[in-house]
Design a protein around this ligand. Structure first.
Ligand code: ZN
Length: 223
């Protein structure tokens, strides 16, 4: 039970940090100190007000000093990160490699949800992990991977609007983790979930990366 709580809370802490980074990148307002200040009154937060989830619940969603509302997104993203972490580490092993993978996935998810784009440094980090993973487990011959990269690059250059460049890059890098035999399952599950979301939300533009990541994790775990 303690392990479950630990996995959950590690995810919440990563999500809290990543949410702040995503928000800062989008608003070009990054500062190492900013996280410890109230967004409204700029008052320095006490140590006990910095714990993900608990601080929001204890403060009942309001700043301790100026009583202004704290965005509920903080709470939802931290909860989401905790659940993802619990699910991910229970199904895989807890390791430094998987911890970095989770961090990259949460970062990509938040960026796609908040601003519909994924910075290239995240794709490059994902690619680096993929190359290391493929080097250890020989998932795909390197020449085949290069051919898929070339095809993806050409597809991105055609600027087809049915799928974003970030989605194609993600799918391409996933080939380093998921055996070719499981790729149809990976794509089918992601596409089905994406279409279901489109249908339920009546939205034409959707953040597809979270569905790809969910589908990736189930494929990664099964293989
Ligand atoms: Zn305040």
């Amino acid at each position: 039970m303690m392990t479950h709580i630990l996995y959950f809370y590690i995810g919440s802490c990563i999500a809290s940090f990543v949410y702040y980074l995503s928000y800062s990148i989008i608003n070009k307002s990054f500062s190492w100190k900013a996280r410890s200040f109230c967004d409204h009154c700029q008052h320095k937060l006490y140590f006990w007000q910095l714990f993900p989830l608990f601080s929001y619940l204890l403060l009942k969603g309001h700043c301790y000093f100026c009583c202004r509302k704290i965005s509920v997104n903080h709470f939802y993203f931290e909860l989401f990160g905790g659940l993802c972490s619990l699910f991910f580490f229970l199904l895989t092993a807890f390791s430094f490699f998987n911890l970095i993978l989770l961090l990259i996935f949460l970062f990509m998810t938040f960026m796609d949800i908040l601003d519909q784009w994924v910075p290239d440094f995240l794709q490059l980090s994902f690619l680096t992990l993929g190359l290391l993973y493929n080097y250890s487990y020989n998932i795909i011959p390197f020449q085949c991977f290069l051919i898929f990269c070339l095809i993806s690059f050409l597809l991105i250059r055609t600027e087809q609007s049915w799928m974003g460049g970030a989605d194609l890059k993600f799918i391409c890098i996933s080939l380093l983790f998921i055996p070719l035999g499981s790729i149809p399952y990976f794509l089918f599950l992601a596409a089905s979930l994406g279409l279901l979301y489109c249908y339920l939300s009546k939205s034409k533009i959707i953040p597809f990366i979270p569905f790809l990541i969910f589908s990736f994790i189930t494929s990664y775990v099964l293989t």
